[in-house]
Design a protein around this ligand. Structure first.
Ligand code: FAD
Length: 439
């Protein structure tokens, strides 16, 4: 009987790159040959619609990684199934000594990792995980009373006071690819085999142009301009290293750095306050009597509200999987305040459509817009879509791009009158808070 090859496994998840990858660096430094593994997780994929921008993006990225490895005589193993079954199966073929991976803070991922860790432990296999997708995680940045921050500005100040060159030093994982175990290249599961159709994607460059970063603070609010980095998807799937981006931000633009810190703030909130996944951060807002009018919701989803800036945003999202940040704020405010529809419905819709969808950022920003999150916009500050348009799309360039029938007779009438909607939102939110304070 031939003995099974002794190996370590590196399990890629939200860190789809070979360079500056912390967990991969540690795996490749071990004494064992490393099997690089990616699992298309059925638990995640099964509920998704068949046209999903993210699945296309991941498949495309894995192909690039495979090509890079094959030039060095190595190969990535890509499997489709449930992680626990895949690991049991790999244990039949290999004598796995260690499994390396990077931390993931989302509730499903935590549950999955615990299950895999337990399964591996029973077989005497070490499960070693590392911080990679943020600079500071969980409870690394705390208030003076050792509590997680719940307000952004003091969090950012403490974050900036803590960061040292060591926190952004690169892990030179890309120089050790020869330490990968040699596996025969096997075909990757195709989109069709996994039940998906390809999505026509625009994949932004991994290196945001320097002129965009230089002018970020002046241009980021204008949706008609290419004034933001478009790095969301790359940060989401780890096709770039956050350490490299923070280094760039420190060189180029403080405002852009603040956005990267917002990303970490919401990840920290999710890790410390997991109830936010389906409850408002602030319990005062748990009993707002939402209207939840399904017809209104569908018109919002389809970009047919008769509010041009809202419709432009929703159509951009539906067609491309992206929406500009300013317009995300306007559309989210419109749904929760003008239409009084539960923020969780909007959050779910964005989660289905956004290529850069990230649970913590999406949830945190939706709660911010609805006024119920930590450090949220106060409920009585209601975005006026007309004033927002005057300020941020004054010549209607963005609107015309996505709403070709703008100002033509076929464009729908407003779904609700602005002044009436504003007064209704103030009354409903105000009433709910009053009831809460009387309990
Ligand atoms: P840039 O403006 O160039 O910013 C650089 C990076 O900083 C972004 O890629 C992102 O990683 C991070 N960032 C920027 N703004 C925020 C923010 N407000 N909160 C957290 N991180 C931020 N961002 C997501 O990454 N995923 C989401 O699912 C998501 N959902 C959102 C939902 C709503 C209702 C709103 C108002 C915002 C949401 N955002 C989300 C935040 C923001 O809109 C996007 O990160 C940004 O528009 C992406 O474009 P960019 O990559 O050009 O970002």
């Amino acid at each position: 009987m031939t003995s099974k090859p002794q190996i370590a496994v590196f399990w890629f998840r939200r860190d789809l790159r070979f360079s500056d990858n912390c967990g991969l660096f540690h795996a490749l430094r071990s004494d064992l040959p490393v099997l690089p593994l990616f699992i298309f997780d059925k638990n995640i994929l099964d509920p998704l619609p068949s046209r999903d921008a993210r699945v296309t993006f991941i498949r495309h990225t894995l192909e690039n990684m495979q090509n890079e490895l094959s030039r060095q005589g190595r190969s990535l193993m890509v499997r489709y199934g449930r992680p626990s079954e895949i690991f049991k199966d790999l244990c039949q073929t290999y004598d796995i000594r260690e499994v390396y991976t990077n931390h993931d803070y989302e509730p499903y991922a935590q549950k999955r990792d615990l299950e895999i860790e337990t399964l591996l432990k029973k077989r005497n296999i070490d499960f070693r995980t590392f911080k990679d997708q943020v600079i500071f995680e969980k409870r690394e940045i705390l208030t003076r009373n050792d509590k997680p921050f719940t307000v952004y500005t003091p969090y950012r100040k403490t974050w900036q006071a803590h960061i040292t060159p060591g926190d952004i030093a690169p892990y030179s994982s890309e120089t050790m690819i020869k330490n990968f175990h040699k596996v025969e290249p096997q075909p990757m599961p195709t989109l069709a085999e996994m039940g998906f159709e390809p999505f026509d994607l625009y994949i932004p460059p991994i290196d945001p142009p320097e002129d965009i970063l230089h002018r970020y603070d002046r241009q980021r609010d204008y949706p008609a301009i290419s004034g933001t980095s478009r790095l969301g998807v790359h940060l989401r799937f780890g096709t770039v290293s956050v350490r490299r981006m923070v280094e760039k931000a420190m060189l180029f633009n403080d405002t852009w750095l603040s956005e990267l810190v917002w990303r970490e703030f919401f990840m920290m909130i999710l890790a410390n306050f997991p109830h936010v996944v389906d409850q408002p951060f602030n319990p005062k807002y748990a009993h707002i009597p939402w209207r939840d009018d399904n017809e209104n919701f569908i018109r919002w989803c389809e970009g047919q509200t008769g509010y041009p800036i809202v419709d432009a945003g929703m159509r951009e999202l539906n067609q491309t999987g992206f929406m500009h940040n300013r317009v995300r704020m306007i559309t989210a405010s419109f749904l929760t305040k003008h239409l009084l529809i539960d923020w969780r419905s909007g959050e779910r819709y964005f989660a289905k459509k956004l290529l850069d969808y990230d649970l913590s950022a999406n949830n945190g920003n939706w709660q911010w817009a609805a006024g119920c999150g930590c450090d949220a916009a106060p409920y009585f500050r209601i975005f006026n879509p007309y004033l927002q348009t005057e300020r941020f799309d004054p010549d209607h360039t963005y609107i015309r791009k996505w709403v070709p029938e703008f100002e033509k007779p076929e464009y729908p009438q407003p779904i609700v009158e602005h002044k009436f909607a504003r007064a209704r939102a103030l009354a409903v939110y105000g009433g709910a808070l009053e009831n809460y304070s009387r309990r």
